[in-house]
Design a protein around this ligand. Structure first.
Ligand code: C5P
Length: 243
């Protein structure tokens, strides 16, 4: 393999210079972190599974017209992506009460929300990703009003698509986090979906049993993390070539 120049290293992924201008290589690590990096572990094979699941989801989102950074998978742990300017927001969409929402409002996990709720967090590790409103986003120039509108519309489309995709294989999409970036075309910037969509960034519950099939297995020491991620991949019909 060729030596690539490292552009950025995050908690679960590394970005390298791509083969052509405007492209990057996204490498999926086995590292798992939770509670803003306080809890760490290596989960053997996680990167391979998340690379595949994210490829599967992004490819289908492209087919339904949700533009995203994914170009093609290069290897077990690498995918070629379009280089974007990341908008420093974590956009969370919730269908069912869980996690930080259950805590904040003292609600039982599992309560169906009357409608999907979108929340914004400022992507900043030192600050622990504080929750923000659209007012903060425009006041601090993190995104324009038009970009926020595009982000909201795309997030709802992603949610509708993912809810249906997972429901078809007996999985409830409880919530998920996505990120967006700006793709420059001359002087114009278009907002597209970036980062990844995987069991690291979604809450996925078996619809029948309620069993958690996502990163909460790691956060809450429930065990069988890789087995659960593999189960998600299997149900989606991917990684038939893996054990
Ligand atoms: O912790 P919280 O309930 O706010 O998380 C909501 C959703 O966003 C969960 O699916 C979680 O996995 C995801 N998330 C994430 N990265 C973060 C925070 C939350 O992927 N930094």
């Amino acid at each position: 393999t060729t030596r690539r120049k490292k552009i950025y290293e995050g908690k679960a992924k590394i970005l390298y210079e791509g083969p052509e201008p405007g492209t990057l290589v996204q490498y999926f690590k086995d590292d798992a972190t939770a509670f803003n990096g306080e809890k760490k572990a290596q989960l053997e094979g996680k990167g391979v599974i998340n690379n595949r699941i994210s490829e599967f989801v992004m490819t289908r989102l492209t087919q339904i017209g949700v533009q995203n950074h994914f170009i093609k998978r290069l290897s077990l742990r690498e995918q070629l992506i379009r280089e974007v300017e990341i908008i420093p927001l974590e956009v969370v969409c919730r269908n069912v009460v869980a996690g930080s929402m259950a805590k904040r409002f003292n609600l039982p996990e599992g309560q169906q929300l009357p409608r999907s709720i979108i929340e914004f967090y400022y992507k900043n590790d030192e600050m622990g990703d504080p929750m923000i409103t659209e007012e903060h986003i425009t006041a601090f120039n993190w995104a324009t009003t038009q970009e926020i509108d595009d982000i909201l519309a795309m997030t709802l489309r992603v949610n509708d698509f993912l809810c249906g995709m997972f429901a078809a294989v007996g999985i409830t999409l409880v919530d998920f986090k996505i990120e967006f970036g700006r793709l420059f075309e001359g002087e114009f910037a278009r907002v597209i979906l970036a980062d990844e969509i995987s069991p690291d960034s979604c809450r996925l519950w078996d619809t029948q049993s309620g069993e958690k099939l996502d990163k909460d297995r790691f956060r809450r020491d429930l065990g069988d993390v890789i087995e659960s991620y593999t189960e998600v991949a299997k149900r989606l019909g991917i990684m038939k070539d893996m054990p």
